[in-house]
Design a protein around this ligand. Structure first.
Ligand SMILES: C[S@@+](CC[C@H](N)C(=O)[O-])C[C@H]1O[C@@H](n2cnc3c(N)ncnc32)[C@H](O)[C@@H]1O
Length: 203
């Protein structure tokens, strides 16, 4: 179980972002936001199953949009990295974070994590992986968790199989009944967690 102060902070943050979801309606469907309350329920399950030990891992959101998943996961990771193709989308990270920080000051909750680095570019791009390593000390081979909200799951799976370390976990959000299988990874969740998040472990 997560400590109650941490859990309350995560719940507050999830609600803050879930009131500001993008792409559920209108033309921005390609950048739909993760439902953070639902993701938090999945994270609780991952902690119970000991797939995630808070504070010990490094996380990579491949297509991070406004960085909301990075921010939530920043509380549970040693380091949280995101890459986003669209600069204008990534630009929403700072104002949302500032707004949240302002709100958090009025609440008896934990401060925002300062272990988050977000980059503009293509998550498949090798030169960007080198830049991330230069700036954070974290190479693709060091990440424990990779995340995508359906985006480019085939390509990302292949990249993880080729370049990530053994036992790295690929989190694919947005799946329902039919779960893809990839050579080089085992499916940890026969049913998606909370009906939406499938986990794969690199062999
Ligand atoms: C469905 S949104 C998910 C955003 C965020 N991860 C979340 O769950 O709230 C996917 C995002 O991935 C970005 N994207 C698509 N292909 C990408 C790539 N190759 N590298 C980096 N970002 C990419 C899109 O611009 C979009 O913002």
């Amino acid at each position: 179980m997560l400590p109650s102060e941490l859990l309350h902070t995560l719940q507050y943050i999830a609600r803050f972002y879930d009131q500001r979801k993008v792409g559920d309606l209108g033309a921005l469907g390609f950048r739909r936001s993760t439902d953070l309350e639902r993701l938090l329920a999945c994270i609780n399950r991952m902690v119970q199953m000991q797939w995630l030990v808070p504070g010990k891992s490094v996380f990579f959101d491949m297509g991070c949009a406004d960085g909301r998943v990075n921010l939530l996961l920043g509380y549970l990771m040693k380091y949280s990295v995101g890459v986003e193709l669209d600069e204008w989308t990534l630009d929403e990270y700072a104002p949302l974070r500032a707004h949240l920080e302002n709100n958090l000051e009025k609440e008896p909750l934990l401060p925002l994590p300062d272990n988050i680095s977000l980059f503009n570019g293509d998550a498949m791009d090798r030169s960007l992986h080198s830049t991330i390593k230069e700036e954070t000390g974290i190479g693709l081979e060091d990440f424990d968790f990779f995340y995508t909200y359906l985006t480019m799951q085939e390509e990302f799976a292949e990249l993880i199989v080729q370049r990530a370390k053994k036992d790295a976990i690929f989190m694919v959000y947005g799946l329902e009944k039919i779960l893809p299988r990839w050579d080089g990874m085992t499916l940890l969740t026969e049913q998606p967690l909370e009906g939406i998040l499938a986990l794969y472990r690199k062999i």
